[in-house]
Design a protein around this ligand. Structure first.
Ligand SMILES: Nc1ncnc2c1ncn2[C@@H]1O[C@H](COP(=O)(O)OP(=O)(O)OP(=O)(O)O)[C@@H](O)[C@H]1O
Ligand SMILES: [Mg+2]
Length: 289
């Protein structure tokens, strides 16, 4: 059975006009893209390459110059489609006099959630984004990363089928970034579709099934992450440390074809998590004591 396309973009383009209506910036050149149900799709590109413009066109927050965009087969702005979407904008806009619970309650009520569902969901989301300790604090007192975490919870309050995240990890510490990645993987496991814009290439590499790269409003590459990144001109063989006699045999067998023998390096992120995580637990225990 063919998978349903959650997002369909056909020849979509956007030229921003100036105050007098004259064409000024060709932000998106005609773009074709499909994102299937259950995919995590990364949209990459340098500053000003058209990522946010694409998202806003999809959501009906901007009018396209040409072409079409569909979510769940519906035009941008269709209310039924919008109810199934969660959106984290590039900038977090929150009311600074509300606390985390009040904020999520406000957004949940906009979606018409009943009180029991809302209470359960608010509690789960606040814990999921790591704000349990600050749930009653006014958002005016939140750090940038804390506000980002709450923005993420807000984007998930309607339990959306499609989650669109514009730079979700901006302002987050490495642990927060790793948690967001875990959360995205969790969404995938629950069958959700995720469109993720990010400048953090390693994050996109870790979580995305497919990605597209935009540059100056033009699609430069699109495909499966593993296929785009696989170097077909090399093969890696891994051997347990200490088994030198085996290694010599492998080296001898490889002969002229041998390029390099080295220990693999741990990723900085996993090293950082290993170093910081136990200390964070200690701090938590000290706070709780
Ligand atoms: N409201 C606007 N009016 C005029 N030009 C705009 C407007 N918004 C964006 N642009 C222009 O459109 C182009 C694409 O911008 P966009 O915000 O889509 O980029 P982006 O890929 O999201 O960049 P970043 O990584 O910095 O968030 C840029 O040249 C930008 O200056
Ligand atoms: Mg942007």
């Amino acid at each position: 059975m063919a998978q349903a396309a959650v997002i369909q973009i056909k020849g979509l383009s956007k030229t921003y006009a100036d105050f007098w209506g004259r064409a000024r910036v060709e932000a998106l050149k005609p773009l074709d893209l499909e994102i299937q149900e259950g995919e995590i799709f990364g949209l990459l590109g340098p500053n000003g390459s058209g990522k946010t413009t694409t998202i806003k066109l999809l959501l009906g927050l901007l009018n396209a110059t040409n072409g079409d965009a569909f979510m769940f087969g519906q035009d941008p702005g269709n209310q039924d489609a919008k109810r199934r979407v969660g959106y984290l904008p590039e900038e977090t806009y929150l009311y600074k006099f509300l606390n985390a619970e009040e904020t999520l309650s406000f957004y949940g009520k906009l979606f018409g959630l009943d009180k029991t569902t809302l209470d359960t969901r608010i509690d789960a989301l606040i814990k999921q984004v790591g704000l349990d300790h600050a749930r009653k604090r006014r958002l005016g007192e939140y750090s940038k990363g804390m506000a980002r975490r709450l923005g993420l919870a807000q984007a998930l309050i309607n339990d959306p089928d499609l989650v669109i995240l514009d730079e979700p990890t901006s302002g987050l510490d490495p642990i927060g970034t790793a948690e967001v990645k875990d959360l995205i993987v969790d969404l995938k496991q629950r069958g959700k579709t995720v469109l993720l814009c990010s400048h953090l290439l390693a994050d996109v590499e870790d979580v995305c099934d497919r990605l597209a790269i935009l540059h100056n409003g033009q699609l430069k590459a699109c495909g499966r992450v593993d296929e785009l990144l696989m170097s077909e001109d090399r093969t890696v063989v891994e051997i347990k440390a200490g088994e030198e006699s085996q290694l010599d045999a492998v080296k001898a067998a490889a002969g002229e074809a041998l390029i390099n023998v080295d220990h693999p390096r741990e990723r900085l992120e996993s090293y950082f998590r290993r170093i910081v995580a136990p200390q964070q637990d200690v701090t938590k225990q000290e706070n709780e004591a």
